[in-house]
Design a protein around this ligand. Structure first.
Ligand code: FAD
Length: 460
């Protein structure tokens, strides 16, 4: 018996690819690869799929883990994954959806594109004209030249208007890092360029993540993918510098391709650091995620009749109003709105921080919808240790993130929101899954075999 066979006593050899983690990245990659003829095993340690974008149904409510939208809706990266799968995301009615910016106790219609900024009362007329010049200039930049600079560095080389400078935090928030002195200018430029061409800036899937995850799981199963819930990978097995399978708390699985689809700062829980170059190991151990607090409030009466969302103009606030824009996410006569705030990078989500944030959120709620706290019938507070796997500083921007194929271990791949996918947050996870599928292509041999079986079946 060879060394691997010895290692893999109770072994299963029927899979080509093992994916560790059924979050947005793992589930998308699983569906894409199964559809391309690969025999895929998806291992998820928890009882549900979706990872940080998961949900639970209880007492007539659909409780999401925080709240989730897809940037750029039908023109975004999630929609691209669905197109590759021959599916479409159904969006909730965009006409009824209102997007606002919160600043200093007031709501402003959220400016979408240059005309929106020209009309926005957020800035004086003079500053609006300057902001338009800033925006136009950003759109003309090559992101590749600016990943390693901050947005503030980019701005101060060209402009000097403090009123406009204050609004740069909103540009940072488009990639979930509303600190101009920290956010990578290249990441903001990249996003703005994509957003400028998109018809919709924020897409709300009808029914929320239940629809998205449900479709991915259905496609995965339809194409023969195998999903094991409640099975934790304890070790990625390596032989002669190549990944050869995994050991879980239940079994061993042999596969020539192993995909780590969880935040990479957890990588060395499953595989020894000694297999990797020291610069990679140092990068992975130093990844800085964002953390936050999210509170769902249940009302008998909606605080506002409009479905919509609010972003903070200069604080990392994000809000979804009215049963997360989907009335079927709450029982009849009940309304849910979700309010979240990101913590400063590096600050842990402790209950003391959460108390501070809850007080801040409630103050803002009362400012905007006086008396609404009196109608609250229940609340659910979540301390979220990892919102985005990595924040988009220059050091964690696109070119610095680890590539999809490991440089050090053959047959080992990395996907998820800490890897070299495009965009920010969940988009990185979706994009990395697309990249993996592009890299591995179709399983030609199996497709040929299946075609042969079908053809011989037709002949006989
Ligand atoms: C509150 C909140 C709001 C957000 N809002 C948005 C939004 O509006 N738009 C957006 O684009 N993004 C948003 N994000 C970010 C987005 O949810 C994440 O970027 C995305 O879900 C990351 O997916 P992933 O697959 O990379 O990782 P994860 O979701 O972390 O998935 C990893 C999976 O691997 C499993 N796993 C880990 N280790 C093992 C192991 N050893 N064995 C087996 N399984 C394992 C985990 O249980 C998990 O299911 C939000 C995140 C949060 C928390």
């Amino acid at each position: 018996m060879n060394a691997v066979a010895e290692m893999i006593g109770n072994r299963h050899t029927q899979y080509d690819i093992v994916i560790i983690g059924a979050g947005l990245a793992g589930l998308s990659a699983g569906a894409l690869l199964a559809r391309r003829g690969w025999r895929v095993l998806l291992l998820e340690r928890s009882g549900s799929v979706g990872g940080r974008a998961s949900f639970v149904e209880r007492d007539g409510f659909v409780w999401e883990y925080g709240q989730h939208s897809h940037r750029l809706g039908p023109d975004g990266i999630a929609a691209r994954v669905f197109r590759e799968l021959g599916e479409t995301i159904r969006w909730s009615d965009p006409a009824g959806h209102r997007a606002y910016l919160y600043r200093d106790g007031r709501l402003y219609p959220r400016p979408e594109g240059p005309l929106g900024f020209l009309r926005s009362p957020l800035l004086s007329f003079r500053a609006r004209l300057t902001f338009l010049r800033v925006y136009k200039r950003l759109l003309g930049e090559d992101p590749a030249l600016w990943y390693s600079s901050t947005l503030l560095e980019w701005y101060r080389e060209r402009f000097r208007d403090p009123e406009v400078e204050r609004l740069l935090s909103f540009l940072g928030l488009t990639v979930m890092l509303p600190y101009p002195e920290r956010v990578s200018a290249g990441e903001v430029i990249q996003f703005l360029k994509r957003a400028a061409k998109a018809r919709v800036k924020q897409g709300e899937p009808a029914g929320g993540m239940k629809q998205v995850l449900g479709t991915l799981e259905r496609v995965f199963a339809t194409y023969g993918g195998t999903l094991h819930r409640h099975e934790r990978v304890q070790e990625i097995l390596v032989k002669d510098g190549a990944a050869v399978g995994v050991r879980t708390d239940a079994a061993m699985y042999e596969a020539s391709k192993v995909v780590a689809a969880f935040p990479l700062f957890r990588l060395f829980d499953a595989i020894s650091e000694r297999w990797f170059a020291s610069d990679f190991a140092a990068y992975v151990k130093g990844i800085v995620p964002s953390s936050g607090v999210s509170i769902d409030f249940v009302f008998d009466e909606a605080p506002t009749p409009y479905p919509g969302s609010i972003l903070g103009a200069d604080l990392p606030l994000w809000v979804k109003l009215r049963s997360n824009n989907a009335p079927d996410m709450a029982p009849e006569g009940k309304y849910v709105s979700t309010w979240g705030l990101l913590l400063e990078p590096g600050v842990a989500a402790t209950s003391m921080e959460a108390d501070r944030i809850e007080a801040c959120i409630k103050r803002i709620m009362e400012e905007l919808f006086p008396g609404c706290l009196g109608n609250v019938r229940g609340q659910r507070r979540l301390l979220i240790p990892v919102v985005n796997g990595n924040i988009l500083t220059p050091a964690q921007s696109y070119p610095c993130r680890p590539d999809i194929a490991s440089r050090d271990v053959r047959g080992l791949f990395f996907i998820g929101d800490t890897t070299r996918g495009e965009g920010s947050s969940g988009d990185i996870a979706f994009s990395s899954a697309l990249k993996l599928a592009g890299l591995l292509g179709g399983n030609e041999e199996r497709m040929k075999d299946e075609q042969g079986i079908q053809e011989s079946g037709v002949r006989s």
